[in-house]
Structures are given as C-alpha cells and as structure tokens.
Design a protein around this ligand. Structure first.
Ligand code: EPU
Length: 418
C-alpha cells in the first residue's frame, strides 16, 4: 500500500491552482442520468471518488468520454442496469446520489444501502422519506434500497435535518417529476447551488438553491448542455491551513473566496493576513506561530465539518487553548489519536476536543482513517520536526487531486512511496 513521507518544518511558499469541487462533481455526474441528451462537464477533478462514480455510471450503460482539455462527455441515452452494487457503494457513499435520478427518469432503482462509515452512522432516511412523499414505493431487501414509481409527483417536503446529498437527491428527482416540489430546511451548501445551476442549464426550473427553501417545477424532460464545476472550497481551506501551520505565504488561484467566508474569518483569527480577489486567495502568516481558535461545525454557511480535522492540526501547534465542537457527524475525531502520537495535547469530551498547543510536533508513523483526517495528518507532518509516514493514503486520493505535487510546488518535502 502506498504511503506519504513528509519531512516537516518548511514554511510553504508559492502559488497553486485549486481543482474542481469533489462534492459538486459527484452529484453533477449523477444528475447526468436525468437526461438522454449529451452533456459536457468541465473542471472535473482527477480523484478516486470521481473514478468510482464514472465506473458506476459506466456499469449502468452510460457512455462516458474523457477529454483532457474539455472534460467529461456523458451520454445517458441508453441504460442497461438501474443498480448501484454494494461493491461500489461501500467504497463511496455518495453513490446514493444515483437513486433520485434513476427513479425519476426510469421509474426504478436499486441502490445498496450505505452502511456506517469512519465518521458516523450516516443514515439515508431523509432521502427515502422525500422520495416516498413524491410517490415512490421503497423497500429495503437484502441490504438494498429497492425503489419504484410509475411517475414521481411534486410534493412539499420538510427535511427533519439539513442533509446535503439528501437535498440533492430530492432536487434531482423533482426536475422531471409531475408538478411542483418544495424542499424546506434544504441544505444551503454551494455544491447544492452548483448542482441546481447545472440542472437549470439542462432546462430544469429550480429556484432558491443556496437558500433553505428550494422550489422545483417539474418539466417533461431535460436537454443537454455544457457546464463547468465550481472550485473546491475544502481543498482551498486545506491549503490555507497548511500555510498557517507551516507559517508560510501562499496564493491559491482558481478559488472562490465568497464560498469560504466562515473559514476565512476563522483563519484570520489565527493571525493570518488574508487578501482576496474574485478568483484567488493569498495568505501570509509572516513567519508567526498561529493562535488557537474555537470552532463549532454546522451546515453552511457556518464552519464546515470538512475543515474540522485540518483546524485540529493547526490548534495542536498554536498559542493557547482551542475548543472544537463537531455537531454534524458523531464520530469525526479519529485523527485526534494520531495527532496525539505526534505530540499533540488534545482531550476529548463527547463531541468536543480541547487542545493546548505545543511548541513542536514530532514526526511519527501515522494512519489515515478518512479523507479529512488524512488531510489533518499531512498538515501535522508538514509542521512536525523530522519524518512523518502516513499510511492508508488511499483516503486522501479520494478527495485531493495531486496533493503531493501541489505541496511540492509550494516547497514541501513530500514523497509518495509504494
Ligand atoms: N443524516 C441523517 N439522515 C439522512 C441524511 C443525513 O440523519 O437521511 C445526518 C448524517 O448522519 C449527518 C448529517 O445528517 O449527521 C449531515 O449529513 P449529510 O447528509 O449532509 O452528509 P452527506 O450528504 O452524506 C455531504 C458531503 C460530506 C460532508 C457532509 C456535510 C458529499 C458527497 N459529501 O455528505 O463530505 O461532510 O455533506 O457537509 O457531498 C467529505 O468530502 O469529506 C465529506 C464527508
């Protein structure tokens, strides 16, 4: 299994380009099942999760052409299978995103029930409740969600909690349902809005995406179109945190500061000097040690759970005590034990982590447990004295395009070894 070896202690310095957003690319690719016309999608990141969804669509009979320059062309005119098998869903829970589109266009879908994962139990009851309200008959059999409906009908759905992919599944289903669908307590994440923008390019009639109430007027069918995925705000935040932890100075191109307001404000509290333009963000730590920050994660526009682990690494080396409360997932502190092995002083109490910053972390062999946990270990390794060896880095390849190349471009000593 591949490992990353990092020799820490070098302040990051330089410029890199941010990739397209994983969590927008995945629903957009799934949504292409809704149309029988050809669709071109640009700014798709090269990631393991994208490969997984492309394989899933391929197994169903979707024809996919990859072009280095223009991106991905998807043709879902003919499907042979309406199933997302366990083998793929178990490697990527976002496979559940094919449920709404398959059911709405073809009247049937069979998707393996995603189990728990490293960050929590992660049920999909809200996805199912919404689709049932639209007329779907759903049964759980042999670990599979088996859904059918002659036709889906618009409905008013109040989500019991804010769910990103749950909102996306219902929104996708609503585009070609009969009548109007209204989603209350919808997720407001920029990736939900990006998906709505994409669907509207194909002819969908979605209003209010990016707010807590989304209205979808169903139409008979969607057409084709061309779309470019928005930049990845979590990749952006991760590199900014990497500059903070190494006391460096970086500029990120192809990024969208307007999508990261809560994160940028928090990063400024660490002492970082941040400058932004329309599509770039620069951060200068002026060689200073960061100050610890208090964070409570919550759905957008609050501080994202997907940046929690990275900030845990920053607090581990900061001045003072920082309190981090995780309110979105119940078990997203797996990185804490690994950071402790590098010398971090962190105590856990329920969903709260209290860290007292230490002068210096020390390199150690550590193990990645999920995507963002592995990002936090990379950050810790960049700041630590000596060598950090990160095992199980397949987690990081799910969500960070060319991470070692990008970090090397910023001056880090990082190497992937088989
Ligand atoms: N939840 C339910 N029932 C449901 C759906 C969700 O109880 O039917 C709960 C979850 O267990 C969790 C909370 O609601 O406690 C929020 O989960 P959500 O459904 O919003 O998460 P998700 O849609 O499965 C997406 C991202 C995650 C990100 C979360 C939260 C994608 C493909 N994934 O997951 O991204 O952490 O929203 O923002 O969009 C990552 O990129 O590392 C990642 C995990």
């Amino acid at each position: 299994m591949e490992k990353l070896i990092i020799k820490g202690g070098i302040p990051l310095n330089g410029e890199i380009k941010i990739s397209g957003a994983k969590n927008a690319a995945l629903p957009i690719l799934a949504a292409s099942l809704l149309s029988k016309s050809p669709i071109q999608i640009g700014n798709i990141p090269h990631l393991q999760d994208v490969t997984t969804i492309v394989s899933l669509l391929g197994q169903m009979g979707v024809r996919i052409t990859l072009d280095e320059r223009s991106g991905i062309e998807v043709d879902s005119s003919h499907l042979e299978s309406f199933q997302a098998p366990y083998e793929l869903v178990r490697t990527m829970r976002a496979s559940i995103l094919v449920l709404g589109p398959l059911l709405s266009r073809f009247g049937k879908a069979e998707v393996s029930l995603p189990g728990g994962c490293a960050i929590g139990t992660r049920p999909v009851d809200q996805h199912l409740k919404g689709l049932q309200a639209m007329g779907a008959e759903i049964q759980i059999e042999n670990g599979y969600i088996r859904a059918k409906a002659k036709k889906l009908y618009g409905a008013t759905i109040v989500m019991d909690l804010v769910t990103v992919t749950g909102t996306e599944n219902i929104m996708m289903a609503g585009t070609i349902a009969k009548g109007q669908t209204i989603i209350h307590n919808a997720a407001r994440e920029p990736e939900v809005e990006d998906l709505a923008n994409f669907l509207n390019i194909l002819g969908a009639k979605i209003k209010g995406a990016g707010t807590a109430t989304i209205t979808i007027d169903g139409i008979d069918e969607l057409g084709g179109g061309t779309y470019s995925v928005l930049p990845d705000r979590i990749e952006t935040g991760t590199y900014l945190a990497a500059a903070i932890i190494t006391r460096g100075k970086i500029k990120l191109k192809n990024s969208r500061p307007d999508l990261l307001e809560s994160v940028l404000l928090k990063l400024e509290e660490t002492g970082a000097i941040i400058d932004t333009g329309l599509d770039w963000i620069a951060l200068d730590m002026q060689h200073q040690r960061p100050r610890a920050v208090n964070i409570s994660t919550a759905p957008y526009p609050a501080f994202p759970t997907d940046m929690q682990a990275q900030m845990m690494a920053v607090n581990a080396v900061a001045y003072g005590t920082g309190i981090i409360t995780e309110t979105v997932f119940e078990n997203r502190f797996m990185h804490v034990q690994e950071l402790q092995r590098m010398g971090a002083t962190i105590s856990l109490k329920g969903n709260t982590a209290i860290s007292t910053g230490c002068d210096q972390l020390h390199g150690a062999p550590v193990m990645a447990t999920d995507l963002r946990a592995s990002a936090s270990l990379v950050l810790a390794g960049l700041a630590a004295k000596g060598e950090t060896i990160i095992n199980r880095i397949y987690h990081i390849d799910r969500g960070y395009e060319c991470i070692e190349e990008k970090l090397a471009q910023l001056g880090a000593q990082i190497q992937r070894i088989p």
